[in-house]
Ligand binder design. Structure first.
Ligand SMILES: [Fe+2]
Length: 209
């Protein structure tokens, strides 16, 4: 299955995961959804920089999930209409590691969208790892504009509310703003810590308030 730029190949584990992810996102989005591709490039590039603050084992996972997070919008990938779930299912079918599928499934507050759409049980088939890599993916998505430019989290949320019809399930993302803001804040703290070598308070491992 392809998006106009050749068939999408299954992931066989030979090539670097993040390179396969970039190629697959390009094939699925670049021709028919160029704005979504621009956004995905912005998120993927940001993840490549942010990944430097993570252990080497985590980097390909974060970068791959960033490139792939919105492929669920592509024709041929879209089935349920919930892009996070559709993308994750598609990737699982291509042999992509389960951790990447779980990150894509749950990115940027997907649980709220699933609740609105009645797809909670289907989404629950994918695990939400709820850690710094997951937060960093949300951060990269939520601080990148639809055109792929860096923006503040606040600006992104204003834009999302303005762009989405009130009946659009993705607008449900505005319902759990606190959770998304917390993920962005923890990642900013982690990046500061990585940059300045200080122990920042990230909140990981603490029970939710
Ligand atoms: Fe996105």
């Amino acid at each position: 299955m392809g998006g106009g730029l050749g068939p999408v190949e299954p992931y066989r584990g030979g090539a670097p995961l993040e390179k396969w992810a970039q190629m697959t996102s390009w094939r699925l989005l670049a021709v028919h959804l160029p704005r979504r591709w621009a956004h995905s490039q912005g998120v993927g590039r940001k993840a490549e920089a942010v990944a430097l603050a993570f252990a080497a084992d985590d980097r390909p996972t974060l970068i791959a999930a960033a490139w792939l997070h919105d492929i669920g919008y592509a024709a041929g990938v879209r089935t349920s209409g919930m892009h996070q779930l559709d993308g994750a299912r598609y990737l699982a079918g291509l042999g992509v590691p389960g951790r990447v599928c779980g990150l894509v499934a749950h990115h940027s507050g997907a649980v709220s969208v699933a609740a609105v759409m009645g797809l909670g049980p289907q989404l629950a088939a994918f695990s939400d790892e709820r850690g710094p890599v997951r937060d960093a993916l949300w951060y990269c998505d939520l601080t990148t504009s639809p055109d792929g430019l860096p923006v503040s989290f606040r600006t992104r949320m204003v834009e999302l509310r303005a762009r989405r019809d009130p009946n659009d399930p993705v607008r449900a993302l505005t319902h759990n703003g606190a959770e998304r803001a917390a993920a962005v804040r923890r990642t900013e703290s982690l990046l500061l810590s990585a940059r300045f070598g200080q122990q920042e308070e990230t909140g990981y491992g603490r029970p939710a308030p």
